[in-house]
Write a protein that binds this ligand. Structure first.
Ligand code: NAD
Ligand code: UDP
Ligand code: UDP
Length: 372
């Protein structure tokens, strides 16, 4: 029956049941890892109404289950009767909102490379649509860009004035060039139409609710350690990344949205690790060494602590070297001077303190309790 399949005419979603003084906030990609933590934080404020648009490509309704049915929360269904396309930002979207956090885009290399044309459409058409929406309703819009805009960086650490070293035709380009175009669109709408924009350049972020098998390095290593599988360090293993815990990230994004600066502003943790160091750290914390033992810093206590660490490292977990993928950036570390000065923001959670929180979440989801 063709009438049943006809797409419904989109009509603006209004929240007339709420007081006008409430802040209406759209989060695209709100069912994903960072997006769902952002939803949690924004829902804590009773003056916020949160609307999520997501096509569930890499996100899940499970991440939002505590809010489904809440009177200040709404999941968008629009555009077409096809489930896959519900909440897809590549379709025009009509909602009445005050702020837009535009996160929709797969972030894990295996997912963004899986359908690169879809990734670039999400970045380009999706961002264009969200800017058209921001223009129509006069909303402020924040884009979650990425440290990938710096490509394989030739300066270290990376500050926001660096223009980057990106391969425009490589397998990662759908993501990094896609985000670069998204940034360009943001600034063109700002200059041409006076749209209030905010751009965050996010560096590698980790924490509970990451997809267990999404292929990113921290989720891979933690899942592998819990399953007693070898940790797969991609060659050469000396490449570096800097890992930010998700609660710090969400705090930085909200400060940027609420502040006066357009950005781009780096949001990330400057603590830099080689992938070999990361594997060793995961191996240690996955065997109950969640934080540096007290008094670790000096003399005999330090010696005993290190000996204790070696005894406790899970001997069954091996670290192996595997082949890398093309165009893997060799080093990455944010210069966060701007975030400190303009947003009063810096990360609080160290890698060694964040990893056990993520491990606990993974153990619960994998059904593998910790052996003590
Ligand atoms: P994620 O994959 O968990 O979340 C992305 C969400 O966007 C998912 O829920 C997915 O279903 C949704 N989505 C994808 N395509 C869509 C589309 N066309 N329409 C609607 N929804 C769509 O990733 P994440 O780690 O939460 O990343 C969120 C944002 O932060 C992304 O924009 C990403 O580029 C950026 N970012 C993340 C990191 C990181 O380390 N996590 C680093 C740099 C930038
Ligand atoms: N758009 C949208 N929601 C809106 C307003 C616009 O999704 O509330 C989309 C619209 O479909 C268009 C894009 O945003 O594809 C850019 O809109 P804009 O008005 O800037 O450009 P134009 O429609 O004039 O090309
Ligand atoms: N990596 C690794 N083992 C894995 C997955 C990734 O050594 O199982 C490496 C990868 O080569 C890269 C780094 O970890 O150097 C970060 O990769 P990820 O996919 O997490 O994020 P990226 O920063 O590349 O987007």
């Amino acid at each position: 029956n063709s009438a049943a399949k006809a797409p419904p005419t989109p009509s603006p979603l209004r929240f007339s049941k709420f007081f006008q003084s409430n802040m209406r906030i759209l989060i695209t990609g709100g069912a994903g890892f960072i997006g769902s933590h952002l939803v949690d934080r924004l829902m804590e404020n009773e003056k916020n109404e949160v609307i999520v648009a997501d096509n569930y490509f890499t996100g899940s309704k499970d991440n939002l289950k505590k809010w489904i049915g809440h009177p200040r929360f709404e999941l968008i269904r629009h555009g077409t009767a096809d489930f896959e396309l519900c909440g897809n930002v590549t379709e025009p979207l009509l909602v009445e909102v005050d702020q837009i956090y535009h996160l929709a885009c797969p972030a894990s290399p295996i997912f963004y490379k899986y359908n690169p044309v879809k990734t670039i459409k999400t970045n380009v058409i999706g961002t264009l649509n969200m800017l058209g929406l921001a223009k129509r309703v006069g909303a402020r819009i924040l884009l979650t860009s990425t440290s990938e805009v710096y490509g394989d960086p030739l300066i270290h650490p990376q500050n926001e004035s660096y223009w980057g070293n990106v391969n425009p035709i490589g397998v990662r380009s759908c993501y990094d060039e896609g985000k670069r175009v998204a940034e360009t669109l943001m600034f063109d709408y700002h200059r041409q139409h006076g749209i209030e924009i905010r751009i965050a350049r996010i560096f590698n972020t980790y924490g509970p609710r990451m997809n267990i098998d999404d292929g990113r390095v921290v989720s891979n290593f933690i899942a592998q350690a819990i399953r007693n599988e070898p940790l797969t360090v991609q060659a050469p293993g000396t490449q570096t990344r800097s890992f930010c815990y998700v609660s710090d990230m969400v705090d930085g994004l909200i400060r940027l949205m609420e502040g006066e600066n357009t950005g781009p502003i780096n949001i990330g943790n400057p603590g830099e690790f080689t992938m070999i160091e990361l594997a060793e750290t995961v191996k240690e914390v996955s065997f109950n060494l969640s934080a540096s033992p007290p008094g670790c810093e000096s003399g005999l206590v330090y010696f005993l602590s290190v000996a204790h660490c070696f005894l406790l490292i899970n001997p069954e977990v091996k670290i192996i070297s595997v082949e890398n993928t093309p165009d893997d950036p060799r080093q990455r570390k944010p210069d966060i001077t701007k975030a400190k000065e303009l947003l009063g923001w810096e990360p609080k959670i160290k890698l060694r303190d964040g990893l056990p929180l993520m491990e606990e979440d993974f153990r619960q989801r994998l059904g593998v309790p910790r052996k003590n």
